[in-house]
Design a protein around this ligand. Structure first.
Ligand SMILES: *Cc1c(COP(=O)(O)O)cnc(C)c1O
Length: 392
């Protein structure tokens, strides 16, 4: 027995359970259509909600920035200084979101790792929605605080947990995803805010799937619910609707200032690259100029979801362009995804541990890049595969 044999056994076990993730290779820019493993297919997978990942304005901005300023930030910002481009991006993001200040990180994942341990530690408690994203969970674990899960989107459960536990800790923090990425449902943020206010607890929302999607012109979940100035910390990403890469934390100046002193991925990892920062600035320009892309995204999502229901599919409890097609067991979902691919549609199977056992699904991501004709082609493919496999 070699000391790595167990790894092959684990991998084989994933394969036999239908849980092994086959990562496909993309040979084209992101868009409504992709070249995947050499085939031209309709793209129903990406988080490129607004089609910005290959938008000419973002591409031009990143090229120009590379010409003017190079590609890399050189070092950690707190050691080697920060580039004016990053400062400008943070100012513009704060204005866009209607907050006092913002800080950018390398990704949404590191934004959570930076923020949570800077705000709570060993003597503190975190009240966390049971279905929060993995990066929130990892940030919570890193902080050393006691993690107290409450039932998904259940404000009564949150309040009961606070009543029972908060008194035993120095400080507390409530954390929820804004939009839950596997079901597409939205956190009841106004009610959560009322609880946070009643018990005087810091409130943080991770708006990765709401940024560029919810609110006026994509200003996010806080704008969607009119909660400006009430949610203490908004974490977000520029890897989804913004089409690029990079994390955001937005909120009161004092919190952002603290993250510049104590956010470990800020202090010990270099900044976003120059072309990324410039492309994100161009994305903010586009979103401030017009709501057209956000409107198209929502029109597409409503059309697709209505037609899927008419075909007899169960699209779960989504309130956003994320469309889970609930199918149940992982092997069926994997087969469904393969059959879709055979008829020219790229839509990923999602199974355990990303979603609970028995709740495997195909997740369709609608975007503003799709035309109505694209959506009709996708619907036709779902219909034929659904009939073939006896799902509808
Ligand atoms: C996607 C996602 C992240 C990670 O964002 P990246 O910028 O890709 O690292 C964090 N939180 C939530 C809720 C997400 O959906």
């Amino acid at each position: 027995m070699s000391k790595i044999d167990w790894i092959q056994e684990e991998i084989d076990s994933l394969k036999s359970q239908g849980l092994y993730n086959n990562i496909r290779t993309i040979g084209s820019p992101q868009g409504a259509w992709l070249t995947v493993d050499g085939r031209h297919v309709l793209n129903f997978c990406s988080n490129n909600y607004l089609g910005l990942a290959n938008h000419p304005a973002l591409v031009a901005a990143s090229k120009k920035a590379a010409d003017d300023m190079g590609v890399g930030p050189g070092a950690v910002r707190s050691i080697a200084g920060t580039m004016s481009l990053h400062v400008e991006l943070e100012k513009r993001l704060a204005q866009f979101k209607g907050v006092e200040a913002a800080i950018t990180l390398q990704s949404g994942f590191t934004a959570n790792l930076a923020t949570i341990p800077a705000l709570v530690g060993k003597e503190d408690a975190i009240f966390s929605d049971r279905l929060n994203h993995a990066s929130i969970i990892d940030g919570c674990r890193l902080s050393g605080a006691k993690i107290i899960a409450y039932e998904h989107n259940d404000v009564k459960s949150l309040e009961a947990q606070i009543q029972e536990h908060a008194k035993n800790y120095r400080r507390s923090l409530i954390i929820t995803d804004g939009v839950f990425s596997m079901d597409g449902d939205i956190a009841p943020l106004p009610d959560i805010y009322e609880v946070a206010k009643k018990y005087d607890i810091l409130l943080m929302v991770d708006d990765a799937h709401g940024e560029g999607v919810l609110g006026k012109g994509g200003r996010g979940i806080v704008d969607h619910f009119g909660l400006h100035g009430k949610v203490d910390i908004e974490v977000g990403t520029m890897s989804k609707a913004f089409g690029v890469m990079g994390g955001i934390v937005a909120g009161k100046s004092v919190i952002i200032e603290w993250l510049r002193q104590r956010g470990r991925p800020f202090l010990f990892s270099s900044a976003m690259t120059v072309p990324d920062a410039a492309a994100c600035l161009a994305a903010v320009d586009l979103l401030e100029d017009s709501t057209q892309l956000v409107d198209k995204l929502w029109d597409n999502a409503k059309y697709f979801q209505t037609e899927m229901k008419n075909l007899g599919f169960n699209t779960g409890a989504s309130q956003t362009p994320i469309t889970p097609v609930m199918l149940g067991e992982a092997p069926l979902v994997q087969q469904f995804s393969r059959e879709l691919f055979d008829v020219g549609v790229f839509a990923m199977a999602i199974g355990y541990p990303t979603v609970p056992q028995g709740k495997a699904r195909i997740r369709v991501m609608n975007t503003a890049a799709h035309s109505k004709d694209d959506l009709d082609k996708g619907l036709e493919a779902f219909k034929s595969v659904g009939k073939k496999l006896g799902v509808i």
